[in-house]
Design a binder for this molecule. Structure first.
Ligand code: SF4
Ligand code: SF4
Length: 449
């Protein structure tokens, strides 16, 4: 199909999550096409900006994507409090006479998690370890849908909106070329207020933590939506730095098996057989990771168990991260034993207000209430990863010394493969190729041929 080809050509991937290649996601017929405007990590304003300022383009992207999956129902899910965004979206939908429903959610955490969103909208539980398609739904983030709109105009994904927040002088949303360094993004937000800082790439809980020394090397990818600068002694940084030995000792000496971590786990509450308190009990007895830990594989790492629920300051999420890694190394895959809870009404009383979650982790102070301004930033050097998506890394199509232009295909995957094409994001010369393609601007510029 021509439209899927265009999406593949443009290298569109899920912009808000792990980067699943979009041409693969939109290749099956489903009942529900759900637009994820719920922004899981509330400090970030990237999606809200798109919903307000790019509503017309977004709606055209939605129309195209929903048409591809031949959805019976198109549902735009966003938070009740996003009144301004709703106004712009409704206006844009009316212009196209679109048959679209709006689903307004409470400000709960983690509202934007794909499986939680599907449950909220459809009342259906995605099978543990499964994907929404198995219950007749496809979920797309607003950033992805905007990129679909551009793909229809044959414009590849070469730029990205990124919210830069936290301990910076001027919190801002940046429009940057893919591959620009995190340091340049922080500088464009007025620089860090602190000498000693760490950076959270993504949202405060599920984002990846990097040290200040790494910010020159780390380039922005198609899936990065936020940069949060925090003090190096911030609670989240100290928590993530704990050694496995410390965590296990802590579990042995302090876990009282109260099961609050399980009672509040959002995956457990939609019926998945994930019981973090049992995982903690097991690891307290034996550090040998085997199939009895298999339920760890369905943890989404939302952090509710350790940052909100546990009264003893123990770390079920980090233990799960470790256990998942070990299970994958051993090639152990998840298998559902059907032991998830059946009474899903419990969930209604155990939803976690996002504001309370973020105040617990000392992040509310970084919540900028006003809409952030957009600033376009360009650069002389980009470091573009060949694997910014789930699946196969893209294979380079250029060599060191080649001149390339912004928008040129520089690495590709086959249409049939799970993977995504990669394009140059600035005009320049290819300096180096390994897992990244480094492009540097040349003084005399490079014109497309
Ligand atoms: S991080 Fe904790 S609360 Fe979240 S899904 Fe995993 S076990 Fe459940
Ligand atoms: S909430 Fe904390 S103390 Fe209670 S069972 Fe879970 S890890 Fe143990």
């Amino acid at each position: 199909m021509e439209e899927l080809r265009k999406i593949y050509n443009a290298g569109v991937v899920g912009a808000g999550g792990a980067g699943f290649p979009t041409h693969k996601k939109l290749s099956t017929r489903v009942e529900y096409f759900i637009i994820n405007g719920a922004e899981c990590e509330p400090l970030l304003q990237t999606d809200k900006h798109i919903m307000r300022e790019k509503a017309d383009e977004l709606m055209l992207g939605i129309e195209k994507a929903a048409g591809l999956v031949q959805a019976d129902r198109i549902v735009f899910a966003l938070k009740k409090k996003y009144s301004d965004e709703t106004y712009h979206l409704k206006k844009a939908a009316e212009k196209l006479n679109m048959n679209m429903e709006f689903f307004f959610m409470d400000s709960i955490y983690p509202a934007g998690d794909e499986q939680i969103l599907v449950f909220e909208v459809t009342g259906r539980t995605v099978p543990p370890g499964g994907i929404p398609m198995q219950v007749g739904a496809v979920v797309s983030n607003v950033g992805t849908l905007l990129n679909i709109y551009y793909a229809m105009e044959d414009k590849p994904v070469i730029r990205k909106y990124v919210s830069v927040l936290g301990e910076v002088n001027d919190p801002v949303i940046l429009d940057v070329p893919i591959g620009i360094s995190v340091r340049e993004c922080i500088s464009a937000a007025g620089g860090s207020k602190l000498d000693s800082f760490h950076v959270i790439l993504g949202g405060p809980v599920m984002g990846k933590i990097i040290a200040a020394e790494e910010i020159d090397k780390r380039g922005i990818t198609k899936t990065d939506g936020g940069i949060i600068v925090v003090p190096s002694d911030h609670h989240l940084i100290r928590k993530n730095a704990l050694s496995l030995r410390h965590m296990i000792n802590q579990t042995r000496s302090a876990c009282i098996q109260c099961s609050y971590c399980t009672d509040m786990c959002p995956r457990y509450l939609i019926g998945h057989p994930l019981r973090p308190h049992k995982i903690m009990r097991k690891i307290g007895y034996s550090e040998e990771i085997d199939e009895s830990f298999i339920d760890s594989l369905i943890c989404c790492e939302c952090g509710i168990c350790e940052l909100y629920a546990c009264p003893m300051g123990i770390s079920p999420r980090l233990v799960n991260v470790y256990v998942k890694k070990k299970l994958r190394e051993k090639g152990i895959r998840f298998q559902d034993n059907g032991s998830g809870i059946k009474d899903l009404s419990l969930r209604e009383h155990r939803k976690i207000p996002a504001a309370r979650m973020f105040s617990r982790i000392d992040m509310n102070k970084y919540d900028v209430k006003r809409p952030l301004e957009l600033k376009r930033v360009d650069t002389d050097t980009v470091s573009i990863s060949l694997k910014q998506h789930i699946g196969k890394a893209a294979s380079p199509l250029v060599n060191a010394g080649d001149r390339v232009y912004a928008g040129q295909l520089i690495a590709s995957v086959d249409f049939e493969d799970v993977g995504a094409n990669i394009h140059g994001s600035i005009d320049g010369t290819v300096m180096k190729i390994d897992d990244f393609i480094i492009i540097q601007k040349t003084s005399n510029g490079v014109m497309p041929c």
